[in-house]
Design a protein around this ligand. Sequence first.
Ligand code: NAD
Length: 488
Amino acid sequence: MVDLFIDGAWTAGSSGTADVVNPFDATVVRAVDQAGPADVEHAVAAARTAFDGGPWRTTPASERGALLRRVADLLIRDKEAIAHTETLDTGKTLVESRVDVDDVTAVFRYYADLAGADAGRVVDVGQPHVLSRVVREPVGVCVLITPWNYPLLQLSWKLAPALAAGNTCVIKPSEVTPLTSVLLVRLLEEAGVPRGVVNIVLGDGPTVGAPLTEHPDVDMVSFTGGLTTGQAIIRASAATVKRVAVELGGKNPNIVFADTDFDLAVDYALTAVFLHSGQVCSAGARLIVQDEMHDDLVAEVGRRADRIRLGNGLDDATESGPLVSAAHRTKIEGFVASALAGGARLVAGGRRPEDPDLQRGYFYRPTVLADVHRDMRVIREETFGPILTVERFADEDQAIALGNDTGYGLAGAVWTADMGRAHRVASALRHGTVWINDYHPYVPAAEWGGMKRSGNGRELGPTGLAEYQEHKHVWHNTAPKPMRWFAG
Ligand code: NAD
């Protein structure tokens, strides 16, 4: 089996292979083909030719939508196999992987329905003989670069709207977790995507990602990943003035007022941060609790965190899987060590598990840290791991100030029984998503994205389609008269 899909054909790539590792036990899942510079050139050329020569961009939008709907049907058919692969690749539980496949299916269906739904508009310019219309056209060749935590899901948020809008694509998944992206491209091929419209190249950032972002024949880069990579991509795009959409990290506050039901507050504080071992851009890593509830909540969240069952994602009894790699675990250990050195109090975790069955994988116990302060790295930086910090506040103003005291602005939550206060806080928070008395839900029809250093674009919803469209104004003067602007 070969893994690169370029110009409608599967190919091995020119840079050998790289092992994909199961984070549960550090075994090799399989070796995947790696692209080299020639493959990057080939993929961009194929996407360019398919865009410029058509017929994809001039295909009726309803037909593009029909293709997306066929992909959704194939996802349902292959759900178990894809979820299984996602768990082997990322370490997340099978339950989470199944939810991911369901969500991806919903995203393809949503954009299948939206394709062509907005055909542009006629503008009344006050001159009856002038027909003025604004039409939506595809941007062109789009490079889609994705991270390792939600490989399939993040790709669907880009690929489905890009295709619905009539673009051609070159996909560059994370080198850490590329397997399900390849499976998705196989489904697109089966669904009948025309030659060159979808291409996938595997490899790391410097070898494959960077040349794609600098390439003069690429019109747009849509990137989800870390802040420093996003900054590098914005810089790289400057020379060719590409359209760039970046979805970056988060440092997300989960604010709990003392009038919240205690059991709900505990339950959701755990889910907010420890889902997928905290490797979630919107993880509620900062629990911010009103004084009256603070001590009890810290104690109970710590007690429950200590009971989370770690294990193999394929095992039904497992509640949380490993971290994605040894290097990532080392980074998480560094965050905890520096917080403890700075005076934080360890309430739970703070260590690797002792279970002999988990020694080969990259496990780390869910960790709760209290008595933290704003200057600690664990508060200022995204950890992207199973670390919950707890801060306290006295009143609403202080809660808002703490919630906004971050360079990021991706997501956050407010918990209270007072709905007036809930909506005041929600409107004061500078985050792209705010949940009231909930955490984590999203729907394909509602926009997702960050403020401040969490990003500059929006995925999902109608805006998620518009990101992949140009708005062109066509002015038709049906009865031109001499203008005589220049007398001679
Ligand atoms: P990363 O930035 O290390 O890598 C992301 C992708 O960029 C990978 O495919 C990588 O190969 C590629 N890349 C690396 N260097 C590149 C370069 N110079 N040019 C082009 N491409 C390059 O991120 P990661 O560690 O894979 O993912 C974790 C990050 O993703 C976290 O910060 C997380 O918050 C963020 N994330 C954000 C969202 C969101 O919706 N905002 C969703 C998921 C993940």
